[in-house]
Design a protein. Sequence first.
Length: 594
Amino acid sequence: MNFLMNLLEIKNLSLELKHEENWNPILSSLSFSLSKGETIGIVGESGSGKSVTALSIMQLLTKKSSKFTKGEIWFETEEGEKGKMRNRKGKSLINLKSKFNLLETDEKELQKIRGNRIAMIFQEPMTSLNPVIKCGKQVKETLLLHTCLTKKGAKQKTIELFNDVQLPEPEKLFHKYPHELSGGQKQRVMIAMAMGCNPDILIADEPTTALDVTVQKNILELLKQLQKKYSLSIIIISHDLGVVAQIANRVLVIHKGKIVEQGDVKTVFQKPQHPYTKGLLSCRPKLNEKPYRLQTMTTEVKPQPNIEAEKQIVYNNIRDSLGSTIIRKSKFNNPIFQIQNLNKLFPIRKEELFEKQKYFQALENINLEIYEGETLGLVGESGCGKTTLGRTLMRLVEPDSGTICYKGINLLELSHSKMRTIRKEIQMVLQDPYSSLNQRLTIGQMLIEPMKVHRILHHDKELKMKAIELLERVGLSEEHLYRYPHEFSGGQRQRIAIARALTLNPKFIICDESVSALDVSIQAQVLNLLNDLKQEFNLTYLFISHDLSVVKYMSDRIAVMKKGKIVELNTAGEIYLNPKTEYTQRLIEAIPII
Protein backbone atom coordinates (compact mmCIF):
# COMPACT_ATOMS: atom_id res chain seq x y z
CA MET A 1 0.00 0.00 0.00
CA ASN A 2 1.42 3.38 -0.99
CA PHE A 3 1.01 6.43 1.27
CA LEU A 4 1.75 9.70 -0.50
CA MET A 5 1.60 12.55 2.02
CA ASN A 6 3.80 12.62 5.15
CA LEU A 7 1.84 14.10 8.07
CA LEU A 8 4.62 13.58 10.60
CA GLU A 9 8.36 13.42 10.13
CA ILE A 10 10.87 12.95 12.94
CA LYS A 11 14.50 13.69 12.05
CA ASN A 12 17.50 12.68 14.20
CA LEU A 13 15.64 13.24 17.46
CA SER A 14 17.75 12.94 20.62
CA LEU A 15 16.33 13.44 24.10
CA GLU A 16 17.77 13.53 27.62
CA LEU A 17 15.84 13.27 30.89
CA LYS A 18 17.05 14.59 34.23
CA HIS A 19 17.41 12.22 37.18
CA GLU A 20 18.51 13.95 40.37
CA GLU A 21 21.42 16.08 39.06
CA ASN A 22 22.33 13.96 36.03
CA TRP A 23 21.06 14.12 32.44
CA ASN A 24 20.52 10.64 30.97
CA PRO A 25 20.15 9.97 27.21
CA ILE A 26 16.74 8.38 26.43
CA LEU A 27 16.33 8.78 22.65
CA SER A 28 19.25 8.74 20.23
CA SER A 29 19.03 9.95 16.60
CA LEU A 30 15.46 8.71 16.13
CA SER A 31 14.14 9.13 12.58
CA PHE A 32 10.87 7.97 11.00
CA SER A 33 7.86 9.35 9.15
CA LEU A 34 4.09 8.76 9.25
CA SER A 35 1.99 9.08 6.12
CA LYS A 36 -1.69 9.95 5.74
CA GLY A 37 -3.85 6.87 6.41
CA GLU A 38 -0.89 4.77 7.57
CA THR A 39 -0.56 2.77 10.82
CA ILE A 40 2.87 2.45 12.41
CA GLY A 41 3.54 0.05 15.29
CA ILE A 42 6.29 0.77 17.84
CA VAL A 43 7.55 -2.22 19.86
CA GLY A 44 10.32 -2.79 22.39
CA GLU A 45 10.94 -3.61 26.02
CA SER A 46 9.88 -1.42 28.97
CA GLY A 47 12.19 1.58 29.16
CA SER A 48 13.22 1.39 25.50
CA GLY A 49 11.69 4.81 24.75
CA LYS A 50 8.32 3.94 23.18
CA SER A 51 6.06 6.10 25.35
CA VAL A 52 8.65 8.90 25.57
CA THR A 53 8.57 9.10 21.77
CA ALA A 54 4.79 9.60 21.88
CA LEU A 55 5.06 12.22 24.63
CA SER A 56 7.74 14.01 22.60
CA ILE A 57 5.40 14.25 19.61
CA MET A 58 2.64 15.62 21.86
CA GLN A 59 5.19 17.90 23.59
CA LEU A 60 3.95 16.78 27.02
CA LEU A 61 7.39 16.45 28.63
CA THR A 62 8.25 19.14 31.18
CA LYS A 63 11.10 21.44 30.19
CA LYS A 64 12.66 21.30 33.66
CA SER A 65 13.29 17.56 33.48
CA SER A 66 13.76 17.05 29.72
CA LYS A 67 15.75 18.55 26.89
CA PHE A 68 16.02 17.81 23.18
CA THR A 69 19.71 17.92 22.31
CA LYS A 70 19.10 17.73 18.55
CA GLY A 71 16.51 16.83 15.96
CA GLU A 72 13.21 18.07 14.52
CA ILE A 73 9.55 16.97 14.66
CA TRP A 74 7.74 18.22 11.56
CA PHE A 75 3.94 18.12 11.50
CA GLU A 76 2.00 18.91 8.32
CA THR A 77 -1.75 19.51 8.25
CA GLU A 78 -4.07 20.06 5.34
CA GLU A 79 -5.52 23.52 4.92
CA GLY A 80 -9.25 23.95 4.46
CA GLU A 81 -12.07 23.32 6.88
CA LYS A 82 -9.75 21.89 9.53
CA GLY A 83 -7.49 24.92 9.27
CA LYS A 84 -10.47 27.27 9.57
CA MET A 85 -12.01 25.55 12.61
CA ARG A 86 -12.82 28.06 15.35
CA ASN A 87 -13.87 27.82 18.98
CA ARG A 88 -16.94 29.35 20.62
CA LYS A 89 -15.22 32.75 20.96
CA GLY A 90 -14.47 32.81 17.24
CA LYS A 91 -10.70 32.43 17.64
CA SER A 92 -8.77 30.25 15.21
CA LEU A 93 -7.86 26.90 16.64
CA ILE A 94 -4.90 26.32 14.35
CA ASN A 95 -2.89 28.66 12.15
CA LEU A 96 -3.10 28.33 8.40
CA LYS A 97 0.52 27.44 7.72
CA SER A 98 0.59 23.78 6.75
CA LYS A 99 3.99 22.63 8.09
CA PHE A 100 5.91 23.50 11.23
CA ASN A 101 8.46 22.12 13.69
CA LEU A 102 6.74 21.10 16.95
CA LEU A 103 9.96 21.63 18.90
CA GLU A 104 9.94 25.32 17.94
CA THR A 105 6.18 25.89 18.31
CA ASP A 106 5.07 28.00 21.28
CA GLU A 107 2.75 26.63 23.97
CA LYS A 108 -0.35 28.50 22.76
CA GLU A 109 -0.08 26.97 19.31
CA LEU A 110 0.62 23.54 20.79
CA GLN A 111 -2.58 23.75 22.82
CA LYS A 112 -4.49 24.23 19.58
CA ILE A 113 -2.86 21.11 18.10
CA ARG A 114 -3.13 18.70 21.03
CA GLY A 115 -6.45 16.90 20.96
CA ASN A 116 -7.46 18.81 17.86
CA ARG A 117 -4.97 17.68 15.20
CA ILE A 118 -2.92 15.11 17.16
CA ALA A 119 -4.82 13.07 19.76
CA MET A 120 -3.56 10.45 22.19
CA ILE A 121 -5.08 7.44 23.97
CA PHE A 122 -3.10 6.99 27.16
CA GLN A 123 -1.97 3.65 28.51
CA GLU A 124 -4.18 3.29 31.60
CA PRO A 125 -7.77 4.52 31.12
CA MET A 126 -8.63 4.26 34.82
CA THR A 127 -5.93 6.76 35.78
CA SER A 128 -6.39 8.88 32.64
CA LEU A 129 -10.11 9.43 33.26
CA ASN A 130 -11.08 11.69 36.17
CA PRO A 131 -12.78 9.38 38.73
CA VAL A 132 -15.05 12.12 40.12
CA ILE A 133 -16.39 13.43 36.78
CA LYS A 134 -18.96 11.55 34.71
CA CYS A 135 -17.68 10.02 31.47
CA GLY A 136 -19.94 12.04 29.20
CA LYS A 137 -18.92 15.34 30.77
CA GLN A 138 -15.21 14.56 30.30
CA VAL A 139 -15.69 14.01 26.57
CA LYS A 140 -18.02 17.01 26.29
CA GLU A 141 -15.40 19.31 27.86
CA THR A 142 -12.91 18.37 25.13
CA LEU A 143 -15.46 19.27 22.44
CA LEU A 144 -16.32 22.60 24.08
CA LEU A 145 -12.62 23.48 24.27
CA HIS A 146 -11.70 22.67 20.68
CA THR A 147 -14.89 23.21 18.65
CA CYS A 148 -17.61 25.83 18.16
CA LEU A 149 -20.35 23.50 19.46
CA THR A 150 -22.85 24.68 22.08
CA LYS A 151 -23.30 22.70 25.32
CA LYS A 152 -26.36 20.96 23.87
CA GLY A 153 -24.54 20.23 20.61
CA ALA A 154 -21.47 18.95 22.47
CA LYS A 155 -23.64 16.55 24.47
CA GLN A 156 -25.29 15.24 21.32
CA LYS A 157 -21.89 14.88 19.63
CA THR A 158 -20.59 12.95 22.67
CA ILE A 159 -23.48 10.49 22.44
CA GLU A 160 -22.77 10.09 18.70
CA LEU A 161 -19.11 9.37 19.51
CA PHE A 162 -20.17 6.78 22.10
CA ASN A 163 -22.23 5.17 19.34
CA ASP A 164 -19.24 5.28 16.98
CA VAL A 165 -17.08 3.40 19.50
CA GLN A 166 -19.90 0.86 20.03
CA LEU A 167 -20.63 1.60 23.69
CA PRO A 168 -23.95 0.09 24.89
CA GLU A 169 -26.76 2.48 25.89
CA PRO A 170 -24.71 5.68 25.26
CA GLU A 171 -27.38 7.97 26.79
CA LYS A 172 -27.15 6.12 30.13
CA LEU A 173 -23.39 5.75 29.93
CA PHE A 174 -23.08 9.54 29.47
CA HIS A 175 -24.08 9.91 33.15
CA LYS A 176 -21.90 7.11 34.58
CA TYR A 177 -18.60 7.47 36.42
CA PRO A 178 -15.45 5.61 35.24
CA HIS A 179 -15.58 3.07 38.09
CA GLU A 180 -19.00 1.91 36.85
CA LEU A 181 -17.55 0.78 33.50
CA SER A 182 -15.53 -2.30 32.56
CA GLY A 183 -11.93 -2.01 31.34
CA GLY A 184 -12.98 -2.32 27.71
CA GLN A 185 -15.69 0.32 28.10
CA LYS A 186 -13.28 2.78 29.74
CA GLN A 187 -10.87 2.27 26.85
CA ARG A 188 -13.69 3.05 24.39
CA VAL A 189 -14.49 6.28 26.28
CA MET A 190 -10.82 7.27 25.88
CA ILE A 191 -11.03 6.54 22.14
CA ALA A 192 -14.23 8.61 21.86
CA MET A 193 -12.50 11.52 23.61
CA ALA A 194 -9.51 11.26 21.29
CA MET A 195 -11.75 11.14 18.19
CA GLY A 196 -13.94 14.06 19.24
CA CYS A 197 -12.21 16.68 17.07
CA ASN A 198 -11.53 14.42 14.07
CA PRO A 199 -7.72 14.54 14.42
CA ASP A 200 -5.20 13.85 11.66
CA ILE A 201 -3.04 11.59 13.88
CA LEU A 202 -4.07 9.24 16.68
CA ILE A 203 -1.38 7.96 19.06
CA ALA A 204 -2.51 4.83 20.96
CA ASP A 205 -0.18 3.95 23.85
CA GLU A 206 -0.87 0.34 24.90
CA PRO A 207 -4.61 0.61 24.02
CA THR A 208 -5.32 -3.08 24.74
CA THR A 209 -3.15 -3.74 27.83
CA ALA A 210 -4.90 -5.98 30.40
CA LEU A 211 -7.98 -6.45 28.17
CA ASP A 212 -9.19 -9.96 27.43
CA VAL A 213 -8.67 -11.31 23.92
CA THR A 214 -12.21 -10.74 22.64
CA VAL A 215 -12.37 -7.14 23.90
CA GLN A 216 -8.86 -6.60 22.54
CA LYS A 217 -9.98 -7.84 19.12
CA ASN A 218 -13.02 -5.54 19.23
CA ILE A 219 -10.85 -2.50 20.14
CA LEU A 220 -8.48 -3.21 17.24
CA GLU A 221 -11.40 -3.64 14.83
CA LEU A 222 -12.84 -0.38 16.13
CA LEU A 223 -9.58 1.48 15.47
CA LYS A 224 -9.53 0.11 11.92
CA GLN A 225 -13.13 1.26 11.34
CA LEU A 226 -12.42 4.75 12.72
CA GLN A 227 -9.29 4.97 10.59
CA LYS A 228 -11.28 4.18 7.45
CA LYS A 229 -14.12 6.55 8.38
CA TYR A 230 -11.96 9.56 9.34
CA SER A 231 -8.81 8.93 7.17
CA LEU A 232 -6.72 8.64 10.33
CA SER A 233 -3.01 8.06 10.66
CA ILE A 234 -2.24 5.89 13.70
CA ILE A 235 0.83 5.29 15.84
CA ILE A 236 0.21 2.24 18.03
CA ILE A 237 2.60 1.46 20.90
CA SER A 238 2.37 -2.02 22.41
CA HIS A 239 4.43 -4.69 24.16
CA ASP A 240 2.14 -7.28 22.53
CA LEU A 241 3.69 -8.14 19.17
CA GLY A 242 0.50 -9.92 18.09
CA VAL A 243 -1.52 -6.70 18.50
CA VAL A 244 0.92 -4.75 16.33
CA ALA A 245 0.90 -7.51 13.70
CA GLN A 246 -2.90 -7.28 13.46
CA ILE A 247 -3.24 -3.55 12.86
CA ALA A 248 0.04 -1.96 11.67
CA ASN A 249 1.36 -1.44 8.13
CA ARG A 250 4.92 -0.80 9.30
CA VAL A 251 6.73 -1.56 12.54
CA LEU A 252 9.61 0.16 14.37
CA VAL A 253 11.65 -1.88 16.84
CA ILE A 254 13.20 0.38 19.52
CA HIS A 255 16.01 -0.69 21.83
CA LYS A 256 17.62 1.71 24.34
CA GLY A 257 16.25 4.74 22.52
CA LYS A 258 17.40 3.67 19.05
CA ILE A 259 15.49 2.18 16.12
CA VAL A 260 17.30 -1.11 15.52
CA GLU A 261 14.95 -2.38 12.80
CA GLN A 262 12.01 -1.10 10.79
CA GLY A 263 9.97 -2.21 7.81
CA ASP A 264 6.61 -3.66 6.84
CA VAL A 265 5.08 -5.90 9.51
CA LYS A 266 5.22 -9.14 7.55
CA THR A 267 8.91 -8.80 6.71
CA VAL A 268 10.06 -7.72 10.19
CA PHE A 269 8.09 -10.36 12.10
CA GLN A 270 8.62 -13.27 9.72
CA LYS A 271 12.22 -12.53 8.66
CA PRO A 272 13.76 -10.41 11.44
CA GLN A 273 17.33 -9.27 10.82
CA HIS A 274 18.43 -7.72 14.12
CA PRO A 275 19.26 -10.02 17.08
CA TYR A 276 17.09 -7.88 19.38
CA THR A 277 14.02 -8.36 17.16
CA LYS A 278 14.71 -12.09 16.98
CA GLY A 279 14.94 -12.16 20.78
CA LEU A 280 11.60 -10.37 21.24
CA LEU A 281 9.84 -12.80 18.92
CA SER A 282 11.38 -15.87 20.59
CA CYS A 283 10.17 -14.76 24.05
CA ARG A 284 6.48 -15.20 23.17
CA PRO A 285 4.85 -18.50 24.23
CA LYS A 286 4.00 -20.48 21.10
CA LEU A 287 0.55 -22.04 20.76
CA ASN A 288 1.80 -25.04 18.81
CA GLU A 289 4.62 -26.03 21.18
CA LYS A 290 5.37 -26.12 24.89
CA PRO A 291 9.10 -25.84 25.69
CA TYR A 292 10.46 -26.64 29.12
CA ARG A 293 11.54 -23.00 29.53
CA LEU A 294 10.84 -19.84 27.55
CA GLN A 295 13.60 -17.97 25.74
CA THR A 296 14.55 -14.69 27.47
CA MET A 297 16.48 -11.65 26.28
CA THR A 298 19.23 -12.12 28.88
CA THR A 299 20.12 -15.79 28.47
CA GLU A 300 20.30 -18.34 25.73
CA VAL A 301 18.03 -21.23 26.60
CA LYS A 302 19.35 -24.60 25.51
CA PRO A 303 16.90 -26.96 23.80
CA GLN A 304 14.88 -28.82 26.41
CA PRO A 305 12.56 -31.80 26.15
CA ASN A 306 8.90 -31.06 25.63
CA ILE A 307 7.30 -30.21 28.96
CA GLU A 308 4.49 -32.73 28.46
CA ALA A 309 6.96 -35.56 27.81
CA GLU A 310 9.09 -34.45 30.77
CA LYS A 311 6.15 -34.80 33.15
CA GLN A 312 5.31 -38.31 31.86
CA ILE A 313 1.65 -37.76 32.62
CA VAL A 314 -0.37 -40.94 33.08
CA TYR A 315 -4.04 -40.40 32.31
CA ASN A 316 -7.03 -42.01 33.99
CA ASN A 317 -10.62 -41.42 32.93
CA ILE A 318 -12.70 -39.49 35.45
CA ARG A 319 -15.87 -37.48 34.99
CA ASP A 320 -15.57 -33.74 35.55
CA SER A 321 -17.89 -31.42 37.49
CA LEU A 322 -19.93 -30.61 34.38
CA GLY A 323 -21.18 -34.19 34.43
CA SER A 324 -20.68 -34.88 30.76
CA THR A 325 -17.14 -34.07 29.65
CA ILE A 326 -14.49 -36.71 30.27
CA ILE A 327 -11.28 -35.11 31.52
CA ARG A 328 -7.99 -36.82 32.03
CA LYS A 329 -6.34 -36.89 35.40
CA SER A 330 -2.55 -36.87 35.62
CA LYS A 331 -0.16 -37.73 38.44
CA PHE A 332 -1.93 -35.07 40.56
CA ASN A 333 -3.97 -37.43 42.74
CA ASN A 334 -4.86 -35.38 45.80
CA PRO A 335 -7.30 -32.47 45.43
CA ILE A 336 -6.03 -29.50 47.44
CA PHE A 337 -9.27 -27.57 46.77
CA GLN A 338 -12.78 -28.98 46.35
CA ILE A 339 -15.42 -26.42 45.38
CA GLN A 340 -19.09 -27.41 45.27
CA ASN A 341 -22.18 -25.42 44.21
CA LEU A 342 -20.49 -22.07 44.85
CA ASN A 343 -22.69 -18.99 44.30
CA LYS A 344 -22.09 -15.28 44.74
CA LEU A 345 -24.50 -12.38 44.14
CA PHE A 346 -23.63 -8.68 44.09
CA PRO A 347 -26.36 -6.03 44.53
CA ILE A 348 -26.88 -3.66 41.57
CA ARG A 349 -27.14 0.05 42.33
CA LYS A 350 -30.75 1.25 42.22
CA GLU A 351 -31.72 3.78 39.57
CA GLU A 352 -34.78 4.90 41.56
CA LEU A 353 -35.41 5.22 45.29
CA PHE A 354 -38.18 2.62 45.66
CA GLU A 355 -37.00 0.30 42.93
CA LYS A 356 -36.79 -3.40 43.84
CA GLN A 357 -33.26 -4.53 44.60
CA LYS A 358 -31.64 -6.41 41.71
CA TYR A 359 -28.56 -8.63 41.83
CA PHE A 360 -25.73 -9.61 39.53
CA GLN A 361 -24.74 -13.28 39.73
CA ALA A 362 -20.93 -13.31 39.65
CA LEU A 363 -20.61 -17.03 40.42
CA GLU A 364 -23.24 -19.66 39.59
CA ASN A 365 -22.99 -23.28 40.78
CA ILE A 366 -19.21 -23.53 40.50
CA ASN A 367 -18.00 -27.12 40.91
CA LEU A 368 -14.27 -27.59 40.65
CA GLU A 369 -11.36 -29.62 41.96
CA ILE A 370 -7.77 -28.35 41.98
CA TYR A 371 -5.13 -31.04 42.45
CA GLU A 372 -1.99 -30.68 44.53
CA GLY A 373 1.03 -29.81 42.38
CA GLU A 374 -0.88 -28.80 39.24
CA THR A 375 -1.42 -25.44 37.55
CA LEU A 376 -5.07 -24.84 36.75
CA GLY A 377 -5.61 -22.08 34.19
CA LEU A 378 -8.74 -19.93 34.42
CA VAL A 379 -9.78 -17.95 31.33
CA GLY A 380 -12.78 -15.97 30.17
CA GLU A 381 -13.91 -12.50 29.18
CA SER A 382 -13.85 -9.50 31.54
CA GLY A 383 -16.65 -9.72 34.10
CA CYS A 384 -17.07 -13.50 33.82
CA GLY A 385 -16.12 -14.07 37.48
CA LYS A 386 -12.45 -15.13 37.32
CA THR A 387 -11.14 -12.70 39.94
CA THR A 388 -14.23 -13.15 42.12
CA LEU A 389 -13.61 -16.90 42.22
CA GLY A 390 -9.96 -16.36 43.19
CA ARG A 391 -10.87 -13.93 45.96
CA THR A 392 -13.65 -16.23 47.18
CA LEU A 393 -11.17 -19.10 47.65
CA MET A 394 -9.28 -16.85 50.08
CA ARG A 395 -12.54 -15.64 51.67
CA LEU A 396 -11.71 -12.08 50.73
CA VAL A 397 -15.18 -12.25 49.18
CA GLU A 398 -17.80 -14.20 51.14
CA PRO A 399 -19.95 -16.50 48.94
CA ASP A 400 -23.74 -16.72 49.35
CA SER A 401 -23.87 -20.51 49.25
CA GLY A 402 -21.79 -23.60 48.51
CA THR A 403 -18.70 -25.18 50.06
CA ILE A 404 -14.97 -24.56 49.70
CA CYS A 405 -12.84 -27.37 51.11
CA TYR A 406 -9.08 -26.87 51.45
CA LYS A 407 -7.30 -30.13 52.32
CA GLY A 408 -10.63 -31.48 53.54
CA ILE A 409 -11.44 -28.46 55.73
CA ASN A 410 -14.55 -26.42 54.85
CA LEU A 411 -13.21 -22.86 54.90
CA LEU A 412 -16.70 -21.35 55.13
CA GLU A 413 -17.20 -22.93 58.57
CA LEU A 414 -14.02 -21.44 60.04
CA SER A 415 -13.91 -18.38 62.26
CA HIS A 416 -11.88 -15.40 61.06
CA SER A 417 -9.05 -16.20 63.49
CA LYS A 418 -8.78 -19.80 62.22
CA MET A 419 -9.11 -18.62 58.62
CA ARG A 420 -6.18 -16.30 59.23
CA THR A 421 -4.06 -19.34 60.11
CA ILE A 422 -5.15 -21.20 56.96
CA ARG A 423 -4.58 -18.13 54.81
CA LYS A 424 -0.84 -18.44 55.41
CA GLU A 425 -0.91 -21.38 52.99
CA ILE A 426 -3.06 -19.57 50.38
CA GLN A 427 -1.51 -16.47 48.84
CA MET A 428 -2.31 -14.20 45.91
CA VAL A 429 -0.21 -12.33 43.34
CA LEU A 430 -2.37 -9.40 42.23
CA GLN A 431 -2.70 -7.94 38.73
CA ASP A 432 -1.17 -4.51 39.36
CA PRO A 433 1.87 -4.77 41.66
CA TYR A 434 2.27 -0.99 41.82
CA SER A 435 -1.13 -0.42 43.46
CA SER A 436 -0.90 -3.57 45.60
CA LEU A 437 2.47 -2.61 47.14
CA ASN A 438 2.49 -0.04 49.95
CA GLN A 439 4.27 3.01 48.54
CA ARG A 440 5.33 4.20 52.01
CA LEU A 441 7.17 1.02 52.99
CA THR A 442 10.52 -0.21 51.76
CA ILE A 443 10.65 -3.63 50.11
CA GLY A 444 12.34 -5.05 53.22
CA GLN A 445 9.57 -3.78 55.49
CA MET A 446 6.91 -5.29 53.21
CA LEU A 447 8.58 -8.70 53.22
CA ILE A 448 9.32 -8.75 56.96
CA GLU A 449 5.91 -7.49 58.16
CA PRO A 450 3.83 -10.63 57.28
CA MET A 451 6.49 -12.90 58.79
CA LYS A 452 6.29 -10.91 62.03
CA VAL A 453 2.48 -10.97 62.09
CA HIS A 454 2.34 -14.74 61.56
CA ARG A 455 5.39 -15.35 63.77
CA ILE A 456 7.33 -17.25 61.11
CA LEU A 457 10.64 -16.05 62.60
CA HIS A 458 11.39 -14.08 65.74
CA HIS A 459 14.77 -12.37 65.55
CA ASP A 460 15.38 -9.34 63.35
CA LYS A 461 18.54 -10.85 61.89
CA GLU A 462 16.66 -14.02 60.86
CA LEU A 463 13.85 -11.98 59.33
CA LYS A 464 16.30 -9.87 57.32
CA MET A 465 18.19 -12.94 56.09
CA LYS A 466 14.91 -14.57 55.02
CA ALA A 467 13.87 -11.40 53.14
CA ILE A 468 17.25 -11.28 51.34
CA GLU A 469 16.94 -14.98 50.48
CA LEU A 470 13.48 -14.41 48.94
CA LEU A 471 14.68 -11.42 46.90
CA GLU A 472 17.63 -13.38 45.57
CA ARG A 473 15.30 -16.24 44.68
CA VAL A 474 13.23 -13.95 42.45
CA GLY A 475 16.31 -12.45 40.77
CA LEU A 476 16.85 -9.35 42.95
CA SER A 477 19.55 -8.58 45.54
CA GLU A 478 20.11 -7.26 49.05
CA GLU A 479 20.47 -3.66 47.85
CA HIS A 480 16.80 -3.70 46.73
CA LEU A 481 15.75 -4.32 50.34
CA TYR A 482 15.99 -0.62 51.17
CA ARG A 483 14.24 0.83 48.13
CA TYR A 484 10.61 1.87 47.64
CA PRO A 485 8.21 0.45 44.99
CA HIS A 486 8.38 3.54 42.73
CA GLU A 487 12.12 2.93 42.23
CA PHE A 488 11.51 -0.33 40.33
CA SER A 489 10.38 -1.26 36.83
CA GLY A 490 7.12 -3.14 36.22
CA GLY A 491 8.88 -6.49 35.93
CA GLN A 492 10.85 -5.93 39.13
CA ARG A 493 7.69 -4.96 41.04
CA GLN A 494 6.03 -8.16 39.84
CA ARG A 495 9.00 -10.14 41.19
CA ILE A 496 8.66 -8.35 44.53
CA ALA A 497 4.95 -9.25 44.64
CA ILE A 498 5.88 -12.91 44.05
CA ALA A 499 8.55 -12.74 46.79
CA ARG A 500 5.97 -11.30 49.20
CA ALA A 501 3.57 -14.15 48.39
CA LEU A 502 6.33 -16.63 49.31
CA THR A 503 7.11 -15.10 52.72
CA LEU A 504 4.65 -17.35 54.60
CA ASN A 505 5.68 -20.61 52.90
CA PRO A 506 2.39 -21.08 51.02
CA LYS A 507 1.17 -24.26 49.35
CA PHE A 508 -1.33 -22.63 46.98
CA ILE A 509 -0.86 -19.37 45.03
CA ILE A 510 -3.50 -17.52 43.00
CA CYS A 511 -1.87 -15.60 40.13
CA ASP A 512 -4.45 -13.01 39.04
CA GLU A 513 -3.35 -11.52 35.69
CA SER A 514 0.19 -11.49 37.09
CA VAL A 515 1.92 -10.94 33.72
CA SER A 516 -0.76 -9.08 31.72
CA ALA A 517 0.94 -5.67 31.74
CA LEU A 518 4.52 -6.90 31.18
CA ASP A 519 6.40 -6.80 27.90
CA VAL A 520 7.25 -10.14 26.31
CA SER A 521 10.83 -10.43 27.57
CA ILE A 522 9.95 -9.65 31.20
CA GLN A 523 6.85 -11.86 30.89
CA ALA A 524 9.06 -14.79 29.82
CA GLN A 525 11.35 -14.24 32.83
CA VAL A 526 8.41 -14.14 35.27
CA LEU A 527 6.77 -17.26 33.77
CA ASN A 528 10.07 -19.17 33.99
CA LEU A 529 10.42 -17.96 37.59
CA LEU A 530 6.90 -19.16 38.49
CA ASN A 531 7.65 -22.60 37.04
CA ASP A 532 10.98 -22.80 38.89
CA LEU A 533 9.34 -21.84 42.20
CA LYS A 534 6.58 -24.38 41.61
CA GLN A 535 9.14 -27.18 41.39
CA GLU A 536 11.28 -25.90 44.25
CA PHE A 537 8.50 -25.27 46.78
CA ASN A 538 5.98 -27.87 45.52
CA LEU A 539 3.40 -25.17 44.83
CA THR A 540 -0.07 -25.40 43.32
CA TYR A 541 -1.24 -22.51 41.10
CA LEU A 542 -4.57 -21.10 40.04
CA PHE A 543 -3.40 -19.09 37.04
CA ILE A 544 -5.91 -16.42 35.95
CA SER A 545 -5.24 -14.62 32.68
CA HIS A 546 -6.89 -13.24 29.55
CA ASP A 547 -3.91 -14.31 27.43
CA LEU A 548 -4.68 -17.85 26.21
CA SER A 549 -1.17 -18.42 24.84
CA VAL A 550 0.28 -17.77 28.31
CA VAL A 551 -2.38 -19.90 30.02
CA LYS A 552 -1.79 -22.79 27.61
CA TYR A 553 1.96 -22.67 28.30
CA MET A 554 1.58 -22.54 32.09
CA SER A 555 -1.37 -24.83 32.72
CA ASP A 556 -1.94 -28.56 33.10
CA ARG A 557 -5.70 -28.06 32.84
CA ILE A 558 -7.80 -25.07 31.79
CA ALA A 559 -11.23 -24.03 33.06
CA VAL A 560 -13.21 -21.67 30.80
CA MET A 561 -15.65 -19.28 32.51
CA LYS A 562 -18.60 -17.44 31.01
CA LYS A 563 -21.06 -15.28 32.96
CA GLY A 564 -20.17 -16.87 36.30
CA LYS A 565 -20.27 -20.47 35.07
CA ILE A 566 -17.58 -22.96 34.13
CA VAL A 567 -18.58 -23.96 30.62
CA GLU A 568 -15.58 -26.14 29.76
CA LEU A 569 -12.83 -27.95 31.66
CA ASN A 570 -10.09 -30.07 30.13
CA THR A 571 -6.36 -30.44 29.64
CA ALA A 572 -4.61 -27.42 28.10
CA GLY A 573 -3.90 -29.22 24.83
CA GLU A 574 -7.45 -30.51 24.43
CA ILE A 575 -8.97 -27.08 25.13
CA TYR A 576 -6.86 -25.51 22.41
CA LEU A 577 -7.07 -28.29 19.80
CA ASN A 578 -10.65 -29.49 20.38
CA PRO A 579 -12.78 -26.81 22.06
CA LYS A 580 -16.24 -28.15 22.87
CA THR A 581 -18.15 -24.86 23.14
CA GLU A 582 -18.62 -22.01 20.69
CA TYR A 583 -17.53 -19.57 23.41
CA THR A 584 -14.14 -21.28 23.85
CA GLN A 585 -13.71 -21.39 20.08
CA ARG A 586 -14.33 -17.64 19.92
CA LEU A 587 -11.72 -17.00 22.63
CA ILE A 588 -9.15 -19.06 20.72
CA GLU A 589 -9.92 -17.35 17.40
CA ALA A 590 -9.36 -13.95 19.04
CA ILE A 591 -5.73 -14.78 19.97
CA PRO A 592 -3.45 -12.50 17.94
CA ILE A 593 -1.04 -14.65 15.91
CA ILE A 594 2.11 -13.42 14.20
